[in-house]
Design a protein. Structure first.
Length: 185
């Protein structure tokens, strides 16, 4: 079993925000592979299916971003998975809009959701797919991540969500290192 976790905030109010790109990628995967992410397990909505020949649990934590780890850690234990069986999909202020970066491990980079996961799992050694949202020149960090994409950004976002879903499929098919070679070009 592999777990793919999208980081985001629950509720309609946050659906279109920059911080919810992880949820949007999971929604894309769920639609493409006919997986209903609707069953409540611990503090998350989950859906189980097969993608690229792998048994996958798609996970949308229903905590706020800064408590993501408290929703994911019990799922890993329940399914007897290690952090290496986990792929976290999240937004990243430090990457320009539309860039993808797959890493096998690392720090939170200032992302509170990743920080919560690191704290709850007791390790930085889990793969993560970061999606660039860039920094706003005129807004604070919180306002930026909780803001929605502008009209000119939306086309880029649709493309990067599709590419991120493809990157998840590569990770499932090839593993972290080989997928990194493709995604991080």
């Amino acid at each position: 079993m592999r777990l793919v976790v999208g980081i985001g905030n629950p509720g309609r109010r946050y659906e279109e925000t920059r911080h919810n790109l992880g949820f949007r990628v999971l929604d894309r995967l769920a639609a493409d592979h006919h997986i209903a992410v609707s069953r409540r397990r611990f503090d998350a909505l989950v859906g189980q299916g097969t993608i690229e020949g792998s048994s996958v649990l798609l996970v949308k934590p229903q905590t706020y971003v800064n408590l993501t780890g408290s929703a994911v850690a019990p799922l890993l234990r329940w399914h007897r998975c290690s952090p290496a069986d986990l792929l976290v999909v999240c937004d990243d202020l430090n990457l320009e809009l539309g860039r993808l970066r797959l890493r096998s491990q690392g720090s939170s980079g200032g992302h509170n959701g990743l920080g919560s996961l690191i704290e709850c799992l007791g390790t930085e050694a889990f793969p993560r797919l970061r999606i660039g949202i860039g920094r706003a020149a005129d807004a604070g960090q919180v306002a930026h991540v909780l803001g929605t994409f502008g009209p000119q950004e939306r086309e880029v976002v649709e493309g990067v969500v599709a590419r991120a879903a493809d990157a998840v499929r590569l990770w499932l098919r090839l593993g972290t290192q080989a997928a990194m070679n493709e995604v991080n070009r």
